[in-house]
Design a protein around this ligand. Structure first.
Ligand code: SF4
Length: 454
């Protein structure tokens, strides 16, 4: 709402109890999110409800608890991350189904639970197991659901019958999970069970109209934790519905469609048509999943548990769900890489994460222990920081002094990145150290260090 729209809902008495001189000033402060509604004691209940509803995010947030904390789904406020940022990182799920053998399902669950990686200093992983019942006999589904719970991953249980899910859940009373109905036909029992158990509910929807109808039904039941599930034969269709859901909820203020979404990769065994058609494979599936991470799934469910595919997907997710206005950075300080001595070379670089994590492995692979001084450049890479005057000789000299680098080495040489050779003269003057120009790229460090002598 704009300030003027908010003003129309205020008492307009200018009583100043809110701490501001006029109701209009308070309305403007509310619109700019610099004040909270509680500060006005005289606002009517009707106006309060209208103002609180308008302040809710256009896409609801659904939370699910995990041993490692709380995972939030949805809650996004923009179409493009450069407008602000994307807030709640898309989850990744591995699908297992009773359509395959129990042994295959259990192997996939074991493989999925090992999908943990370290990237640019962060621990990243695939979080969910999506267990689907496709056979009439729920025996195998129950075995796989139990294995999923025991894996310690977050679990989504999808069965046409809530009566199948309930006993599996009661055998694991401490585990929170998502209750899923594969279709909007007969999801009411799932809704009752999810509401009674305090669990999120996911419902398979085949169209935007069906999403809207399901959303209205759960709203009437005063249930908030709804997630749509999209599973189409065509990736283009899934992508189209994902984009429309996001656009309609953000741009047309359609609150019914503003829900988190699970996008399942296509079930197609053949990709493409005619001569270009090919068998479905891991790379095709990863490419399809990548599109859903970018636009606009809250969880992407894939069939593969291939570690290479998942590393690519979690890396993409990590890049999409960072604030584009805040470069990812590491702590600025003096690092010891290997068993350093006072004779070890002293290198200097910036605190941009990707720079640091490019430089360190190259030093390690050279087997030459080094002191690495990481300078606070507000997360900028070498050339960007230099052109923004954040990696100047003065700043590096100051960092050398404050970090203890001057005392850490017995020699008088410091290696600067080749891209900023221009700073070497002034840095030498300021520190009394000879600034040696190193390689431009981190990949040149092993050879450089093997030949370098202090
Ligand atoms: S407390 Fe409420 S009524 Fe009084 S000035 Fe502030 S906004 Fe207006």
């Amino acid at each position: 709402m704009t300030g003027l729209e908010i003003y129309k809902l205020l008492p307009k008495t200018n009583c100043k109890k809110c701490g501001l001189p006029t109701c209009l000033a308070f309305a403007m402060a509310l619109a700019a999110k610099k004040a909270s509604l509680e500060k006005c004691p005289d606002v009517s209940d009707e106006s309060r409800r209208a103002l609180e509803a308008s302040a809710e995010p256009p896409i609801k947030t659904v939370e699910i608890k995990d041993d490692a904390g709380v995972i939030k789904l949805g809650g996004e406020t923009v179409l493009f991350r450069h407008e602000k940022t994307f807030w709640n990182a898309c989850g990744l799920a591995v699908c297992v189904s009773d359509a395959s053998s129990v042994a295959d399902g259990e192997a996939a669950i074991a493989a999925a639970s090992a999908l943990k990686f370290e990237r640019v200093g962060e621990q990243v992983r695939t979080e969910f197991i999506f267990v689907e019942q496709t056979k009439t006999d729920p025996g195998d589904f129950k075995i796989l659901a139990s294995a999923a719970f025991k894996s310690g991953m977050l679990v989504i249980l999808s069965s046409p019958s809530a009566d199948v899910i309930a006993p599996v859940a009661s055998a694991h009373p401490d585990r929170k999970f998502i209750v899923a109905s594969p279709s909007a036909d007969g999801f009411k029992r799932h809704l009752d069970f999810a509401a009674a158990s305090g669990l999120p509910l996911a419902v398979g929807c085949r169209s935007l109209d069906e999403c809207a109808a399901v959303s209205e039904a759960v709203s009437l039941a005063k249930f908030g934790n709804l997630i749509f599930v999209l599973k189409f034969q065509s990736p283009a269709e899934t992508l189209d519905v994902l984009v429309q859901l996001r656009r309609l909820s953000l741009k047309k203020n359609n609150r019914a469609l503003g829900r988190p979404v699970i996008a399942m990769t296509s079930a197609a065994a053949v990709v493409g048509e005619g001569e270009g058609a090919r068998a479905y494979d891991v790379i095709s599936e990863a490419a399809e999943a990548a599109q859903y991470i970018e636009k606009y799934a809250s969880i992407v469910a894939v069939k593969t548990s291939d570690a290479g595919a998942h590393l690519a997907l979690v890396s993409l997710r990590q890049n999409i769900y960072t604030d584009p206005q805040k470069p990812v950075s590491v702590e600025a300080k003096l690092y010891k890489i290997g068993a350093v001595t006072p004779d070890s070379p002293l290198l200097v670089t910036t605190n941009f994460s990707l720079t640091y994590y490019s430089v360190v492995p190259e030093i390690e692979s050279s087997r030459v222990p080094c002191h690495l001084l990481v300078v606070d450049t507000e997360g900028m890479s070498v050339l960007t920081a230099w052109s923004a005057e954040k990696f100047s000789p003065e700043i590096i000299a100051e960092a050398m002094k404050k970090s203890g680098a001057l005392e850490a080495v017995s020699h008088k040489k410091v290696v600067v990145p080749g891209y900023v050779a221009v700073i070497s003269g002034k840095l030498s003057d300021l520190t009394g150290f000879t600034a040696v120009v190193g390689p431009k790229e981190a990949g040149g460090l092993p050879r450089f260090l093997k030949e370098f002598r202090n």
